[in-house]
Ligand binder design. Structure first.
Ligand SMILES: Nc1nc2c(ncn2[C@@H]2O[C@H](COP(=O)(O)OP(=O)(O)OP(=O)(O)O)[C@@H](O)[C@H]2O)c(=O)[nH]1
Ligand SMILES: [Mg+2]
Length: 329
């Protein structure tokens, strides 16, 4: 049996709930890209539907659009690629048609990355390893994911494998307490791989569905961190040769194009199978999501839209592009 964790009803209602929050967070980006001549609308007041922009897309418009895409963290190459394809509309295109075509092009890039994380319950436990640099949002995401799957009726346990920072285990225990999620931990300074190994063994004995392993984001050096993570993966395989079943790279959307380099590094060290992009409720401009999709084509499993347990949303490509680009309609 497998369980699909996307909720189609929610993802087709982009204006509501968390997607509404993403829309508000990306309001500035949207206004920069798609509505540059409009006064910013206060987010608390419902927008009146904006009439389609019937003005012709002259050269100034095209140039401005490219600059605005780059400013929104889409990246230079991708911005120019997107516009090259959009320009096929021809000389006489109206601005609203250009934006519609841009929406389509963005969706072409993002749609293949909409691939919800499916827990294969034939694995007991299904092992998810969360990795990422310090401060990216790993521990918070592990807490949110535990709750996400618990709400779907699954038994979840957490492995506190960030043994480097003394406060990390406590942070995780506090998060886990909220929903009575068991945490398998050792003392700070313990071997991270051994903690995950123990957690898997515990979960096997208790027929637990999912083990979520939180890992360190920083050791003394970057190469030590990568070596530790590779060791964690090797030792996990001793407990279950098919694990880890998902290596989730957690990325802070606010770091812009630096995210590309982080994916490359973690790919090389541990083989990333999915992304979680956090802090999209904050000052992040959102374009990096496109840039990552275009560059790596990795599944984008979830977006982080806040610090609370429910602030996690399975990625939905069309709702995301709408929040980034479309006027309220
Ligand atoms: N606004 C917002 N804040 C977030 C989100 N995800 C995480 N945070 C905050 O970001 C900060 C760092 O999050 P952590 O989960 O501790 O990050 P980490 O990757 O575990 O960091 P290290 O353990 O130091 O490697 C915390 O203050 C979180 O509350 C999000 O989606 N939105
Ligand atoms: Mg942490």
């Amino acid at each position: 049996m497998s369980v699909k964790n996307n909720d189609p009803q929610q993802s087709t209602e982009p204006q509501k709930g968390l997607w509404g929050r993403l829309r508000i967070a990306l309001q500035r980006t949207r206004q920069e890209i798609a509505e540059p001549d409009q006064e910013p609308a206060p987010s608390s007041v419902p927008l009146t539907p904006a009439p389609p922009d019937e003005r012709p897309a002259d050269e100034d418009f095209w140039q401005g659009l490219e600059t605005r895409l780059i400013r929104a963290d889409v990246g230079v190459d991708l911005a120019s690629h997107l516009l090259q394809r959009t320009r096929r509309l021809g000389q006489n295109a109206k601005r609203h048609a250009v934006l519609q075509a841009l929406h389509k092009e963005m969706l072409r890039i993002l749609a293949p990355c909409e691939s919800p994380l499916v827990i294969d319950t034939s694995h007991k436990p299904f092992v998810v390893l969360a990795v990422g640099v310090n401060g990216a949002g790993k521990t918070t995401t592990v807490g949110k994911l535990a709750w996400f799957w618990q709400q779907k009726g699954m038994q979840v346990a957490i492995a506190a494998a960030d043994t480097f920072r003394a406060a990390a285990i406590q942070q995780l225990q506090l998060l886990a307490q909220r929903h009575n999620t068991p945490v398998i931990a050792q003392q700070s300074g313990a071997d991270a791989a051994a903690v995950v190994f123990d957690a898997i063994k515990w979960a096997q004995a208790h027929k637990t569905d999912v083990v979520l392993a939180d890992t360190a984001g920083r050791l003394a050096t970057q190469s030590q961190l990568m070596a530790e993570l590779s060791k964690v993966v090797r030792v996990i395989r001793k407990a279950d040769a098919t694990a880890p079943h998902e290596v989730l790279l957690v990325l802070d959307a606010g770091i812009g194009q630096n995210a590309i380099q982080q994916v490359e590094q973690f790919q090389q060290a541990v083989g990333v199978t999915g992304l979680v992009i956090t802090k999209l409720d904050g000052t992040a401009k959102g374009g990096v999501v496109l840039s990552l999709a275009n560059r790596f084509g990795l599944p984008i499993r979830f977006l982080g839209l806040g610090e609370q347990d429910d602030d996690l949303r399975p990625f939905a490509a069309d709702a995301f592009v709408s929040a980034l680009l479309d006027r309220e309609s």
